[in-house]
Design a binder for this molecule. Sequence first.
Ligand SMILES: C[S@@+](CC[C@H](N)C(=O)[O-])C[C@H]1O[C@@H](n2cnc3c(N)ncnc32)[C@H](O)[C@@H]1O
Length: 225
Amino acid sequence: MWRWRTDDVFLEIGCGQGQVLAKALACVVEAMLWEAGSEGAIPSEGSVASEAEPSFLPTLLGVEVCPDLCRQADNEMRKSMEKQSTYFQKEYRRIMTRREMEHNFTPELRDFLKWKILHGRFENVIAEKVDAANSNSANSAIDKIPLTEVTKVYFFLDSGMTEIISPILNRYLPVGAQIISCDFPLDESSTARIKLQWKLTIHDVDVFGYQVVEPQEHCDELCVL
Ligand SMILES: C[S@@+](CC[C@H](N)C(=O)[O-])C[C@H]1O[C@@H](n2cnc3c(N)ncnc32)[C@H](O)[C@@H]1O
């Protein structure tokens, strides 16, 4: 449903046991391998191994109110990171060999793909202002959600929660950000910057795809929070 970019910042609101986050991880790994196959991520000629960092910097964030589910999601992501790291290294080497690129540097997934499961209610863990500590999406010490940097949001919540989060997404998400809401549409009355792009029904569940289309400058006029 989405085309993944290597600099995406993905947020799942109510990440439960972390299965969707693990799927998102697999998607960004494929996007990174795709980029590795193009000019962008290849260390430039003459650069030393330690300087030859890949350009990609995706981040995966989950927030979950239930502490037990948080722990499960954390475990799920640790397992998935291990599996994906092995896969990534193998594929990265294969791509470099195919391109006849000499490489004495194989990136470690954990060095540039950051993830974090935050415990709490989404509406209480938003960074109102993105300060230095939170502005770097590579910072694993993230303790609040830098919503102004999030490019993809997914959630499967009840209608009450969907209504609560609608104006928050409308206020903070950057233009171009994509949103998928399962089961319930966003509250139209509080999402003037956000437009519905598509709607599908999968196994009797309605799935709504949105995009933020108006820049944030217009937010004060358009926001009802
Ligand atoms: C229907 S489950 C969806 C789980 C997972 N996202 C999925 O699609 O399989 C909803 C999840 O949202 C969590 N949740 C509900 N309200 C929340 C809130 N305000 N902040 C964070 N998580 C919340 C619940 O604990 C539950 O795990």
